[in-house]
Design a protein around this ligand. Structure first.
Ligand SMILES: Cc1cc2nc3c(=O)[nH]c(=O)nc-3n(C[C@H](O)[C@H](O)[C@H](O)COP(=O)(O)OP(=O)(O)OC[C@H]3O[C@@H](n4cnc5c(N)ncnc54)[C@H](O)[C@@H]3O)c2cc1C
Length: 416
């Protein structure tokens, strides 16, 4: 049987690895090489999966987790690790069970997938862009900028819309719409949170370790809290905890939400008060002690002016004039530093896309479109997305494998 796969990202490549055991497989990739996005995953190191159970994997899927039950069971996180180890890619598990190639080279992951495909005689056409998919007598006709292919089965593995310069420009959604397949509108996920607060230049790109970012709704109800690393940019909050929060709130109206940063999550307000009062006593004995010096002991240098401005205290205020009110304002600010959230950053900065092919259109066992037998969608083009930790790569690999498996089984059952 002739299978055409659109896209040589992790989902398309894994689908080809499996499908080629029993079929003639062609991959059409518009870029000059395979897995352009893989090269930038995990800051070039590729967090390829998470060393966790199936249930833990499901708990880390934000959108349509249940849909992925079958495919994660077809190809588990352990299967991913076994697959790459068998291809000679040694792996290492880090904090949070994140799995990376031992060499920390994302290219090892791509190479292993491509070499497997080549050994199975998969024909990969680079620099060729699919323009549309049409139904024909044989199955499907795939029109590219170079040719027209008539094939039995087509797998769409075109990815989402994030980091479009890697080739993921949302083409799969257009193919789907033309075939009357329902597509859920797309929004950025795992993306920086835009803020309107004026951030001093000295804080741009500053990373806070061990802070707690919380998001609340208008009624003051906690929506989500995350502890860890946060990076302040000129007009956004980035870093792992901001990205995680973005995936929880990206479907909510930003006007109903506000953000609070706890700069001292390890200290209760009482303990923080005791610490500040002790600092004040110690500083009173020293000459020229002022509010600036007090706050310098509590926050990074670049943030001192911002803190003093928010509590309305002059940086030169003598420490002995620092009032009870100043102390309680300072404590409150350190525990509840508010940011004015004004929405999500763009797809250009989003790690993944939320939205895509409505999973109700897809058979979760096989990734085949219910109303178009022989047409499959795999990977990020589907309306599925997960938190950071290797889960998004795993979604791509598991869904790609499921479609590949289905394509192998079809031939076994003599069932075109
Ligand atoms: C900066 C960054 C870091 C990330 N880090 C991690 C990480 O460490 N761990 C993790 O789990 N996830 C990570 N992700 C997410 C992960 O990379 C994606 O979820 C995953 O690559 C999706 O795989 P895919 O095969 O579905 O799509 P993609 O990887 O997007 O591949 C789609 C392919 O299809 C091709 N294509 C598209 N349209 C056409 C067309 N019309 N014709 C021909 N070819 C076409 C594209 O060129 C591309 O090669 C990261 C993402 C980014 C942006």
């Amino acid at each position: 049987m002739k299978v055409l796969i659109i896209g040589a990202g992790p989902s398309g490549l894994m689908c080809a690895c499996k499908a080629s055991e029993n079929n003639n497989v062609v991959i059409i990739e518009k870029n000059e090489k395979a897995g352009k996005k893989i090269y930038i995953t995990g800051k070039g190191r590729c967090n390829v999966t998470n060393n966790c159970s199936t249930n833990e994997f499901i708990n880390n899927v934000v959108t349509n987790a249940k849909f992925l039950y079958s495919s994660i069971n077809h190809f588990t996180c352990q299967d991913t690790m076994d697959f790459f180890e068998k291809q000679g890619v040694s792996l290492v598990t880090e904090r949070g069970n994140r799995v990376f190639p031992y060499t920390y080279h994302a290219s090892d992951i791509t190479r292993a997938l491509v070499n497997y495909c080549l050994r199975n005689n998969v024909d990969i056409h680079y620099f060729e862009k699919v323009l549309s998919i049409e139904k024909c007598d044989l199955g499907y006709s795939v029109i590219t900028n170079k040719s027209r292919y008539e094939v039995d089965k087509v797998v769409v593995a075109t990815g989402g819309k994030s980091y479009p310069n890697t080739g993921s420009t949302g083409d799969g959604y257009e193919f789907a719409k033309k075939l009357s397949i329902d597509v859920i509108s797309q929004i950025p996920a795992l993306v920086p949170l835009l803020i309107s607060d004026l951030i001093p230049k000295s804080l741009y790109n500053f990373t806070f370790k061990n802070v707690c970012l919380s998001v609340f709704n208008k009624n003051g109800k906690l929506v989500k809290s995350e502890f860890g690393e946060l990076t302040i940019m000129k007009n956004s909050l980035a870093g792992p905890i901001s990205l995680t929060i973005s995936s929880v709130i990206n479907k909510m109206d930003y006007r109903d939400l506000y953000l609070e940063l706890d700069l001292k999550p390890a200290l209760s307000e009482e303990k923080l008060k005791a610490r500040i009062e002790k600092d004040i006593v110690d500083l009173k004995d020293k000459s020229n002690s002022d509010a600036y010096i007090l706050v310098r002991g509590l926050v990074p240098k670049g943030m001192i002016e911002l803190i003093l401005k928010r509590i309305n205290v002059d940086s030169n205020l003598a420490i002995k004039k620092f009032s009870e009110k100043n102390i309680s304002d300072l404590i409150h600010l350190l525990k509840h530093f508010k940011f004015n959230y004004i929405g999500l950053d763009s797809f250009e900065k989003a790690i993944v896309t939320s939205g895509g092919i409505n999973v109700k259109e897809i058979n979760p066992q096989t990734m085949e479109v219910n109303k178009h037998p022989g047409l499959y969608f795999v990977g990020e083009v589907l309306d599925v997305d997960a938190f950071t930790g290797g889960f998004n790569m795993q979604i791509a690999l598991s869904s790609g494998y499921s479609a590949g498996l289905a394509l192998c089984n079809l031939k076994n059952h003599g069932n075109k």
